[in-house]
Design a protein around this ligand. Sequence first.
Ligand code: HEM
Length: 429
Amino acid sequence: MSLKLGQVTTVVISSSTMAKQVLKYQDQDFTSRFAPDAVQVHNYCKFSVGWLPICPRWRKIRRIMSTYIFSCNRLDANQHLRSQKTKELIAYCDKCSQEGKVVDIGQAAFKTSLNLMSNTLFSKDLADPFSDSKVELKEVIWGILTEIGKPNLVDFFPILKMIDLQGIRRRTTIQVGKLFKLFDALINERLEEKKRRSYEKRDVLETLLNISEDNPEEIDQDHIKSMFLDLFAGATDTTSSTVEWAMAEILKQPEIMKKAQTELVEIIGKGKYIEEADVSQLLYLQCIIKETLRMHPPVPLLPRSVQQDVELCDYIIPKDSQVLINVWAISRDFTFWEDPLTFKPERFWGSYLDIRGQNFELIPLSAGRRICPGYPLGLRMIPLMLGSLLNSFNWKLEADIESNDLDMEEKFGLSLAKAHSLRAIPSPL
Ligand code: HEM
């Protein structure tokens, strides 16, 4: 499907065959991004791996990420952090269980992901794991993703740029500014602290500052701020919304919860904490996660663009078109999936289908050169959080809501969120 508005043609791809062509065989033609006006603030998109086209700077940032953050060795080395943050999530739910209080699952999972990221990056919590109050940073990050996801007239009629008719750039300027101010303060504090002490901290910020000291043109403070924004935006909403959707689907079908809990008891032991090494044995839990990512892909549309006319399956896509790969529609395609609108983890039992960019009917993490760089971390965080919630408590919906009546409405932004928060009550197993 294609649509021309103002000066921009938008092409939406909703078939797995075409997605394979774009992401695998013609990857080189489709690796650019259409950077919307909303991200052209505080120099963010000039240093952001998420918005740069494929270029030496993009390659450099991806290399730094894959070597110093997402390599297997690095992730193994800081798995104690994820374990500790997951224990705090369980301790918070335990407190709610004792007080008979409801847990806002998305909010609790978001705080866990946020603290997990912030501890990995700069060894600090950014949210109080035991408070019930809203997390300001959630509003800021969600605000940025929502504004970027909104159709903005300025992107189609650049002449309107001066006016910022919908106020989108004004709002992202404020929100990105808030995050950059926080990152600037953390970086400056660390630079001061580094001068005073003789030992090294083992976190990402310290590593990046060391690279910058040795080789200033490799990475500087602007790179670090944009990278941190990309990492927080990339990690927190995707992982927490996957946990929230999975719990919502499980609460709608209590027999799935029973089955998952039986597996956890057999393999981990009732009420025991899960470690990352256990996850490879938790096959049913993995099926639940795949099925959640199929039905509720956190990034429903992959935004790409073309820099010259490109022929794709007998169509010509004009230069500067925006191309959106509709992951959401592909993973609900009736011609491939049996009963695609039903949440059925069993469909993946013994199935060859993988989510890491090899099977184009299921591409929640994308595929090709721009595949999500953070997925090795995301795929460690989600089973840990979800498995721990299920192996520590029985869950029921807030009073008066029958499982059949649970609202599953989706809220589309750059990411796909649950429109109404999932509120559930934990009780001892
Ligand atoms: C369930 C978890 C996750 C899902 C489903 C997911 C999905 C995606 C998708 C679909 C893209 C777009 C790729 C494309 O345009 O082809 C992406 C990009 C990205 N993701 Fe993830 N992601 C997840 C977790 C994470 C985590 C944990 C991080 C960081 C810690 C992260 C960081 C990023 C970044 C920085 C990009 C931009 C990469 C680029 O454009 O080169 N993601 N992710």
